[in-house]
Ligand binder design. Structure first.
Ligand code: AP5
Length: 209
């Protein structure tokens, strides 16, 4: 399964529900890159500048990271990709890797949210460094015992959001027809409460079977 959508669409929020339901690993390219930056690895050092500006990390780095990850034992019965692929070369590399491994793609979920709602969602996002849980200062406030330890991502600034949205439209939306032609694309309206979006995803997945 692949989750696609603009920055702040709710991919990470909905992924928490999906991995619980399907018992598959959540493979988020953004989370993996942030972990690499935190640990100061060679990949993290190369990725940091791109991420802070809201630019995309070069394809060769991200492709190698994800292809290696989906080859791990816990991904052999299925996995959910979140944030990858987001360029044509990434989609082609994934396609080739899945074909080589004899793995079929069940569904590509596209969570659609208009640009004008994205800024408020992203600048209000906070996350719990202990559990990885995602909150929002207005739409999903953290419990009082968790709130003091919440952190904000370096790329969740108004300036970086503009760059991230521009990249989404120029690089990622062109890969959507590729999945539509294969009959695996499911579009879900991401406007509404997280629970409403979850309900739409549930029915979009049921439609597939
Ligand atoms: P990544 O981490 O993938 O970020 P993103 O795609 O920009 O997506 P986000 O994590 O910002 O948003 P989300 O859709 O998960 O929303 P969330 O659920 O948190 O990538 C970060 C960077 O890494 C990139 O810019 C790039 O530099 C690099 N990178 C990553 N992958 C790459 C790749 N493949 N190639 C190259 N570079 C790559 O929700 C957002 C907020 O809204 C939260 O506060 C949440 O509580 C709230 N919220 C969620 N749902 C709702 C709702 N229904 N109503 C109201 N609020 C809601």
């Amino acid at each position: 399964m692949i989750l696609i959508g603009p920055p702040g669409a709710g991919k990470g929020t909905q992924a928490a529900f999906l991995v619980d339901t399907f018992r598959i690993p959540h493979i988020s390219s953004g989370d993996m890159l942030r972990a690499a930056v935190k640990e100061g690895s060679a990949l993290g050092k190369q990725a940091d500048d791109y991420m802070k500006k809201g630019a995309l990390v070069p394809d060769d780095l991200v492709i190698a990271m994800i292809i290696e990850r989906i080859g791990k034992p816990d991904a052999q019965s299925g996995f959910m990709l979140d944030g990858f692929p987001r360029t044509r070369p990434q989609a082609q590399a994934l396609d080739a890797a899945l074909t080589n491994a004899g793995v079929g793609l069940d569904v590509v979920l596209l969570i659609e949210v208009p640009d004008e709602l994205i800024l408020e969602r992203i600048t209000g996002r906070r996350s719990d460094p202990q559990t990885g849980a995602i909150y929002h200062v207005k739409f999903n406030p953290a419990p009082p015992d968790v709130a003091p330890r919440l952190v904000q991502r370096k790329d969740d600034t108004a300036e970086a959001v503009g760059a991230r949205l521009a990249k989404y439209h120029s690089e990622t939306t062109p890969i959507i027809p590729f999945y539509q032609q294969r009959g695996v694309l499911r579009r879900v309206d991401g406007v509404g409460t997280p629970a409403e979006v979850t309900a739409r995803i549930t029915s979009a997945l049921a439609d597939k079977s």
